[in-house]
Design a protein around this ligand. Structure first.
Ligand SMILES: Cc1cc2c(cc1C)N(C[C@H](O)[C@H](O)[C@H](O)COP(=O)(O)O)c1[nH]c(=O)[nH]c(=O)c1N2
Length: 228
């Protein structure tokens, strides 16, 4: 006989039709990071609102909800962010071994000016006071929570036909001063959003020979860490 808790689980599974389950996995499998495929078409405010609603529904440590979302449409702001990216990207290129550098330089790693909207996602470590349920022994849990919000937004955007690109090639201070973000607040992500003409079916970095997807089987351990 199944225990009460396992029959409850089975009931919960019935709340999604097979088509709804398929849709969730489809969004996960076909979500891509978008750099260059953005269309010059504005995103409606209500759509942006739904995406932010999805982000705000994310789990967070101690229900801290440490995120803020700075919505940036202004062309000059996006141009300034692009210039900050370009400076950081030059520094980044120099860090790769010479044989990788040309390939690195050939990659398009942002869509800041092409995408009509950027959203900077931040994390306020003071949102819920000095002691937070679940964060007592690892303060990074607030950043992890914010990343959960970003992933929710990213998947919801895929279902809405909106591309998202995460740009992290910035000096932190450049983004902070551009957007007036206080020192205590962490800059977690600069996201570029827009309708897209098409999406890669595989990660663009894999298609362009930068790095391939790892085998999942090799990443799963049974019971204990067991590196070969
Ligand atoms: C935290 C973080 C930061 C970045 C990224 C992702 C994440 C999670 N990615 C996107 C990344 O390259 C991409 O997710 C992988 O290559 C896998 O491709 P898909 O997302 O499956 O298309 C990314 N891409 C890019 O072109 N410029 C960037 O600065 C970043 N930064």
């Amino acid at each position: 006989m199944p225990s009460d808790s396992s029959s409850d689980k089975i009931k919960l599974a019935e709340e999604f039709t097979q088509a709804e389950r398929d849709a969730v996995y489809k969004a996960i499998a076909t979500r891509r990071d978008v750099r260059d495929q953005f269309l010059d078409v504005p995103l409606p405010d209500d759509l942006i609102g739904r995406l932010l609603g999805a982000a705000h529904a994310a789990p967070s440590v101690g229900f801290m909800q440490p995120w803020n979302f700075i919505v940036i449409r202004d062309v000059q702001m996006r141009q300034a962010a692009f210039e900050a990216f370009s400076r950081a990207n030059e520094e980044a290129a120099a860090m790769f071994a010479p044989e990788r550098r040309d390939l690195y330089r050939s990659l398009k790693l942002e869509g800041i000016r092409k995408a009509p909207v950027s959203i900077c996602v931040t994390c306020d470590p003071q949102r819920a006071g000095p002691v937070v349920l679940g964060r007592t022994h690892n303060p990074r849990m607030d950043s992890y929570s914010t990343v959960c919000a970003i992933q929710n937004l990213w998947l919801a955007a895929r279902a809405e036909g909106v591309g998202v690109g995460w740009v992290s090639i910035f000096r932190d201070d450049d983004v902070r001063s551009l957007l007036g973000i206080p020192e205590r607040v962490e800059v977690v992500a600069w996201l570029c959003l827009g309708y897209v003409e098409s999406l890669y079916t595989e990660p663009e970095l894999a298609v362009k020979g930068w790095r391939q997807r790892l085998s999942l089987d090799e990443l799963i351990f049974e019971e204990r860490w067991s590196e070969p």
